[in-house]
Ligand binder design. Sequence first.
Ligand code: NAD
Length: 367
Amino acid sequence: MTRLRMAVIGVGHLGQHHARILAGLPDVELVGVVDANPMQARTIAGRLNTQAFDSHESLLDEVDAVSVVTPTIYHHAVASEFLDHGVPVLVEKPICRTVAEANDLIARAAKNGVPLQVGHIERFNPAFEELAKRPIRPKFVEAERHGPFTGRSVDIGAVLDLMIHDLDLLLSLVRSPVKHVAAVGAPVFGGHEDMVNARLEFENGCVAHVTASRISARPKRRLRVWAPEGYAGIDFVNRRLTLVQQSDEVRHHGLRLDQMDSATKARLKDDLFTRYLQVLNLDGDRKGDQLTAELKHFVDCVRTGRQPRVTGEDGRNALELAERILLALREHKWEGDTAGLIGPTEVPMPAGHLFSPPMPMPRSEAA
Ligand code: NAD
């Protein structure tokens, strides 16, 4: 089999891992890496025994597929040139800055008949893969995505940086348009919202509460789903899926408390998660990583012409919902009326300290 000639455009924090993984795939030849920072491109190329390029234009005729991992503001400009050259593109999330840009990329991919995949990596989390293949019709969902502040992606806020992962997962699970959006969000370090909560109502009656924060001490990425079929809980960090369903006895007859003798009633608490509710814990494969799975899937789609699991349309739909949440944030009235402060950048001033601030450490001790 001839090796697929690939390149990575943007080899910063995440792109260098795209390059490392692609360089290690037996059916891929990493022909080069590109970065706006030539030093960075040379460092990564040297490490992976490939060539460094200063601009993506030099690679347009040299590759069979590319991974675009530049900051989001450049996704459209870079990806559109490759698509116009008939080169399949994997573009990191969020697909673009705006829905109009995303629609343009989708149209270019369709016109040139090439795959366009978006890097919504949680779709490749084994716990989510396990859930996605089951017949669940979510009716109430809680999604939480918390992480520490990294100082990266500060050109965007927590909605486009973090929450967009859960928006894509929700849309792929619920499969219904969103009817109503309410949201509140606040910056902690200025600029954009660092934490946000949204309530989404879908046309099929599902309600979702989605929270994202990038100022949390510990990472937490969880999804909890209530459905007529049962409950599903995902811990994305530990790749664990917990499923709970009613036993057939309860499914058919309910919990007949009035017909229970006192001994059965006394054991109710102990029997709850065995006799009445059945529990299955599935631990996803911890050896293989999601980025490798995502890149292998892209390579496979390029080779076979199969539709990617996360299409340009999926990326656009998640972005469109993110834009509606951002709009709702901008309309939030902190004092309940239009006379007061509005939106995520005009948060009320603190009224005082919650506790006495600790004494600053003398410089000598701090060092
Ligand atoms: P980064 O700033 O660490 O890296 C971006 C790199 O691109 C830098 O080295 C920069 O010099 C280079 N660059 C800038 N403009 C360029 C251009 N026009 N051509 C070539 N190189 C260019 O950012 P990052 O954290 O690696 O994020 C990159 C992208 O990946 C963003 O879109 C981000 O949203 C996305 N991302 C996705 C995930 C995920 O979970 N899927 C996680 C992190 C980042």
